[in-house]
Design a binder for this molecule. Structure first.
Ligand SMILES: *Cc1c(COP(=O)(O)O)cnc(C)c1O
Length: 411
């Protein structure tokens, strides 16, 4: 099968960061001296694994048998009808149908295998929405590793079902009570743990951000989304899509979908960020749309900061998008003009969630619903040309968001 072949080619994608781990001016390694050796060990291990057919075969086999890849790409005709644009075809790339229900498992599994290769027995991770924590806890159970998850207390409250899942899977979930009690602080706590347990522990970072080599590793592991999409759309349409649309938090599902299409100038790549209550209100998480470059969480990239360079608080109805930073490769793709960034408010995301659910029987995660709602708005503004083919990255399923959706029913 062709998809098997491509999936196995998995990690051999073309664009690489430079020797300092930078995409253009973005990226790098802004970390305490004590972490440098661990990052270099990870970089070297990954460089060998990336070129090792046996590693790729093992990953491929587990993605097939345990994650459920390839995931479906299919049309959503009743949703497309809502757009009222002649001849438009909308496809969903169904990462919500993976085991554990979001794209995060693609990365967690790959890094879990890397950790084993390095002889580590313990995995730590940060989580925002809890999806990454669930994916990591699942992989740790599969591979027989100890698992500690750091999660902001605020996020634990709003994603209680995922906390229960992680605990059931055997992970220890440690609440983080500092600062805004969200993803950003959970990352800081994870780094603190890692520095004092380097011999035994791998820090399984959840998005395509952070210090090198994480942006490259996570990107490579997520490009399986875009590689499958490419084959699937060619099979059903005989041509590439006009639009790829994905939500952007740290950026991993977006870069995973976009990357295999970067050299295709006719494919428009649109990343949708969380506008929260509205970008103009200042209460949002639209890093690339409203931020500026600076240094945070080990890398130089776009971030939300005030005039003094202090990272500003964020808000999104979707916990997985509620982060003031973004990965360096997406920053680079903004500056060279290859990816367009747009935003969707909490209200637009909710509208997207309800619309897709009612027309197609698919409940998207609130994160993914930002991309869904954006496409509705694009069509309403008259900016979606007739006969367009649109692929929407459906990064995850909405079960974790039922309580939030129930409080704000369809209008
Ligand atoms: C975590 C998450 C996101 C945001 O993370 P990215 O790294 O930007 O992909 C988006 N959708 C879902 C369902 C998530 O769980």
């Amino acid at each position: 099968m062709v998809i098997d072949h491509v999936s196995r080619g998995a990690l051999l994608s073309s664009t690489l960061p430079d020797a300092r781990g930078r995409f253009g001016e973005f990226g790098g390694r802004y970390v305490p001296e004590g972490l440098m050796a661990a990052l270099l060990e990870l970089e070297q291990t990954y460089a060998l694994a990336r070129a090792d057919a046996q590693f790729r075969d093992e990953l491929h086999e587990l993605l097939r048998t345990r994650v459920g890849r390839p995931t479906l790409l299919h049309q959503v005709p009743r949703f497309a009808e809502l757009l009222a644009v002649t001849g438009v075809r909308v496809y969903l790339k169904r990462e919500d149908m993976t085991h554990t229900g979001a794209h995060k498992i693609n990365n967690a599994l790959g890094q879990g295998l890397l950790a084993k290769r390095m002889g580590k027995t313990r995995i730590i991770a940060e989580t925002g929405a809890g999806q990454h924590g669930v994916a990591v806890a699942t992989v740790c159970a599969m591979l027989g590793m100890t698992c500690v998850i750091y999660m902001g207390a605020h996020d634990m409250h709003r994603q209680a079902s995922n906390v229960m899942r992680m605990t059931l899977l055997g992970a220890e979930v440690r609440p983080v009570e500092t600062g805004s009690r969200r993803l950003k602080e959970a990352i800081s706590e994870s780094v603190r743990d890692w520095v004092s347990n380097l011999d035994t522990t791998h820090y399984l970072f959840g998005t395509s951000a952070g210090p090198a080599p994480y942006p490259l590793i996570v990107r490579d592991l997520q490009t399986v989304i875009g590689r499958e999409t490419r084959l699937q759309i060619l099979k059903s349409e005989g041509r590439l899509p006009d639009y790829l649309v994905a939500c952007v938090g740290g950026g991993s599902n977006a870069i995973g979908l976009f990357h295999p299409f970067i050299d295709e100038p006719d494919v428009r790549l649109i990343g949708v960020e969380a506008a929260g209550l509205g970008v103009e209100t200042g209460v949002h998480a639209a890093t690339l749309s409203a931020g500026s470059p600076g240094e945070m969480d080990g890398a130089y990239s776009y971030l939300l900061q005030d005039d003094d360079g202090q990272v500003t608080p964020t808000h999104s109805i979707a916990a997985g998008l509620d982060y003031p930073g973004v990965g360096p490769e997406l920053s680079y793709l903004k500056d060279i003009g290859r990816v367009t960034y747009r935003t969707a408010t909490d209200a637009v995301a909710l509208r997207g969630m309800h619309a897709l659910t009612r027309t197609e029987g698919i409940i998207p995660a609130l994160e993914s619903a930002h991309a869904v709602g954006y496409v509705l708005e694009l069509a309403e503004r008259g900016d979606l040309p007739a006969d367009s083919i649109v692929v929407l990255g459906l990064s995850g399923r909405g079960e974790k968001d039922l309580a939030i959706a129930a409080e704000r029913p369809a209008g």
